[in-house]
Design a protein around this ligand. Structure first.
Ligand code: G3H
Ligand code: ZN
Length: 269
């Protein structure tokens, strides 16, 4: 993933979550249209939903391989070491190990073990320090990551990217979160690896651009694209004669493709 982060510079790298196949197709098409690198993210929750990560992971890896765009397939928010092992064995080379709920030293110890295992197999690891809220429906936009602690954490664990808490919260349906740009700049100066913004759906366009300009390098967006897709699907299903999934998922896919292209162009500023 660090190569894609570098390819996205001076802008930020867009990273979008995939739950159903149409989203992967739309995200890659949007990246091709924008001529920008992109990350397809499959979360542990999504792997559980599909009763195993292999079918969606294999499809995403194939879509990535067939694309003219620079597409990274990433395992997102994994708390299970077994799932990380399975992902890397399937050919995924970018994973997030989320030990953010653990006590600080336990987070460091567990993450260092995962990072070593992944590095031995040519895979990169993102970790999280300072829990970004909202994963369990409880929003906590007030949590902050300390720059000195972040630098020490990266040195102790050897991770390749770091998710930080700077004012965002997961799964927001409104885009009114206010990010601490001054803290982003201090984190970027202190930390030697790319910074990752989680919960970016709650941040307005102007906030995303400003976060990138202050040093945020990977921007994770899930809920916002789900909302875009759901809106298009809902409109299509207003006609009760529409029953073929292609007739309602197709419009959803088209709207997501256009929004991914728009977001990737926005993040390149
Ligand atoms: O890891 C995924 C992201 O942090 C997505 O968060 O659904 O709030 O955009 P979001
Ligand atoms: Zn996240």
């Amino acid at each position: 993933m660090s190569a894609a982060v570098a390819a996205a510079r001076p802008g930020g790298l867009g990273a979008f979550n995939v739950i159903v196949l149409e989203q992967a197709e739309a995200i890659v098409a949007g990246a091709e249209n924008a001529n920008r690198p992109v990350v397809l993210q499959i979360s542990q929750n999504t792997a559980v939903y599909h009763r195993g990560m292999k079918p969606l992971a294999v499809a995403c890896l194939q879509i990535a391989a067939d694309s003219g765009a620079d597409v990274v397939v990433h395992l997102d928010h994994a708390t299970s070491a077994e799932l990380i092992h399975e992902a890397v064995d399937l050919g995924i080379r970018s994973v997030m190990f989320d030990a953010s709920v653990l006590a600080h030293q336990d987070n460091i110890d567990a993450t260092a073990v995962i990072a070593n295992w992944c590095h031995d197999r040519g895979a990169e690891v993102e970790a999280e320090l300072g829990e970004v809220g909202g994963k369990d429906g409880v929003h906590a936009p007030g949590v902050r990551t300390d720059p000195d602690e972040a630098a020490a954490y990266v040195a102790a664990t050897g991770v390749d990217a770091l998710a930080v808490a700077v004012g965002s919260s997961h799964a927001m349906l409104t885009r009114d979160a206010v990010l601490d740009d001054e803290l982003i700049a201090r984190l970027a100066a202190a930390v030697s690896v790319p910074l990752v913004l989680h919960g970016s759906s709650g941040v307005a366009d102007s906030g995303l651009v400003s976060a990138v300009q202050h040093g945020m390098q990977k921007i994770n967006i899930a809920t916002h694209l789900n909302k875009v897709m759901a809106g298009a699907v809902r409109s299509a299903l207003a006609d009760e004669n529409v029953v073929d999934p292609r007739k309602y998922l197709g419009p959803g896919r088209s709207r997501v493709e256009a929004e991914v292209e728009r977001l990737l162009r926005l993040l390149s500023r």
